[in-house]
Design a protein around this ligand. Structure first.
Ligand SMILES: [Zn+2]
Length: 536
């Protein structure tokens, strides 16, 4: 571009043309607003050019679909009717150059900066073909051949691809051809144990196809709903002169399940009634176990709600995950406790309450799997002993052999027979806190004096050793060497939600809550709970 006025006018003409196109498009679709932004930028740069300012703004005009930066967005009038009015300005101005600048340009007070217009990264689904429900179907689609049988083998420890293929029935020649074809698509040294391989055989019993079921590709967000699987194929095609490899996307479909119940005899029984998968309930109990004593704190009409995610292979309908917990809530005597799963930017999963406080405490209130504990009020046969001057701990009535978990991480300080306590373990967590466990039937081998145990490690099994009337766990929390009531002692929580993750976390909660129904549990008030109980 020269610096003569003519060149400038020519350039302005180009810009106006561009605006005209954009205004026409606005009537059709919203993405045109993006182009308008680019045009504004160009006009602004033209203005800078006319005033003798050296601007670095790129004059490349094509940015359809590119995300807008905030500063660009701020110059776009939010009301499209005003854009239509301005297009009237444009119709008149078309043959009247030079022109005063349009209003919306004047409204832009921002400085011209070096903006690299982002290019669109295409979605995987746009690059990769969709996988097929079975290898037979894939072979039919891609090479127009028929398979007679399929054999699936699983990568075991110490396996190489060659060993695995041999086990599946592939002869040496095919094994090396397959390896060569697959190596184009993936690093064969990184095959994970447990990866499944399906070999396909034709009517001559020759191997002509292979499918690698690559484990989960990615997860993100609160529920990880963007997940997808990759399939890798090696197919023998005479037309293409041998083995070729191909990547294909296996889409997942996810379903949120919202489920809850009133707790009667035990959480376990109430959860079974509404068909909550056992592993989902275990996770619920693990998350809640830091805050709740499932034996003593459950009262008539208490209730729980959980939200979990079922992932299904969209091509075959096979259930891939039985139910990953993403929300855990419980109402105890009218008080609601709730936690949300959060996956951090680095992929770490944590549980927080609405305010970002961690669900995890330095010590658990219930150091056994609480799901199978029967709530105190429903129990007649086992007296459940509380905390008193005579009894300086809490008893959990659980069957003999139930695993006992380390309530917190720490060093085993005492392990072995201890008089009336029977088989006994004491863990020192820090200079303030210790926990003790008594009447065990057996002490786990890792729980030796001086050894460090992690929170949740199994340290022994419930029994009735020492002075005990029946199988139960006697549990003590010691603060500065004094036994305090585990039910009421204040326990420090683990580190809360980092500030940098707060916006993501709150957005995830809002998204989740927009997708689920408003149950009496969710719109909880004391009255609602009582009414729900009456209705039942
Ligand atoms: Zn006791």
């Amino acid at each position: 571009m020269g610096s003569s006025p003519n060149a400038l006018y020519q350039y302005a003409g180009f810009v106006l043309d561009r605006i005209n196109t954009v205004f026409t498009r606005i009537r059709h679709n919203r993405s045109a607003i993006l182009s308008l932004a680019t045009s504004c930028l160009i006009i602004a740069s033209a203005h800078g050019y006319a005033a003798g300012v050296n601007s670095n703004v790129p004059v490349s005009a094509d940015s359809h679909g590119a995300p807008l930066s905030v500063s660009l967005q701020s110059i776009i009038p939010s009301d499209t009717s005003s854009l239509t009015e301005q297009s009237a300005w444009h119709e008149k101005s078309r043959d009247l150059t030079p022109q005063p600048r349009p209003d919306f340009i004047e409204a832009w007070g921002g400085e011209i900066v070096d903006i690299a217009l982002p290019t669109n990264r295409p979605a995987l689904s746009a690059i990769l073909p969709e996988s097929a429900a079975s290898l037979t179907e894939m072979v039919r689609r891609e090479t127009n051949q028929e398979l007679l049988s399929e054999v699936t083998v699983t990568m075991a420890k110490g396996d190489t691809l060659a060993k695995l293929l041999a086990r599946g029935g592939a002869p040496a020649q095919a094994r090396s051809a397959i390896s060569k074809a697959l190596a184009v698509q993936m690093d064969l040294r990184r095959l994970q144990i447990g990866t499944k391989f399906t070999l396909g055989f034709d009517s001559d019993e020759a191997v002509t196809a292979l499918q690698v079921h690559v484990p989960r590709l990615k997860r993100s967000g609160l529920s990880g709903r963007d997940g997808a699987y990759l399939d890798l194929f090696a197919l023998k095609s005479e037309e293409l002169g041998g083995w070729i490899s191909l990547k294909a996307l296996r889409p997942l479909s996810s379903q949120l399940v919202q489920s809850g119940n009133i707790i009667d005899y035990s959480l376990y029984r109430s959860a079974s009634q509404v068909k909550i998968p056992p592993t989902t309930l275990d996770e619920f109990v693990r998350v809640m176990g830091f805050s709740v004593d499932f034996q003593r704190q459950i009262r008539p009409n208490d209730q729980f709600e959980l939200i979990y995610e079922k992932t299904v292979d969209a091509l075959t309908g096979t259930e891939l995950s039985s139910g990953e917990l993403i929300y855990a809530g419980i109402i105890l005597s009218g008080n609601k406790i709730e936690f949300f799963r959060h996956v951090s930017a680095t992929g770490k999963t944590s549980w927080y309450d609405r305010n970002g406080n961690s669900a995890v405490r330095t010590l658990m209130r219930t150091p056994v799997n609480g799901a199978r504990l029967s709530s105190g009020f429903g129990v007649r046969r086992h007296p459940v002993t509380g905390f008193s001057a005579m009894h300086r701990g809490i008893d959990f009535a659980v069957p003999k052999g139930t695993p006992i978990l380390a309530a917190g991480s720490g060093v085993v300080e005492s392990s072995g027979w201890n008089g009336n306590y029977g088989k006994y373990i004491r863990i020192r967590h820090n200079s303030t806190y210790k926990t003790a466990y008594a009447h065990m039937s057996r002490i786990a081998s890792r729980a030796v004096v001086g050894r460090y145990v992690e929170q949740g490690d199994v340290i022994g099994f419930v029994g009735s050793t020492g002075r005990s009337t029946g199988p139960h766990l006697h549990y003590e929390i010691m603060v500065n060497n004094r036994q305090l009531n585990p039910l009421t002692v204040q326990l420090p929580t683990a580190e809360g939600l980092p500030d940098s993750e707060r916006d993501d976390f709150l957005a995830s909660i809002a998204l989740l809550e927009s997708q689920i129904s408003d149950t009496p549990f969710r719109s909880h008030s004391k009255k609602a709970v009582e009414q729900a109980a009456l209705d039942k």
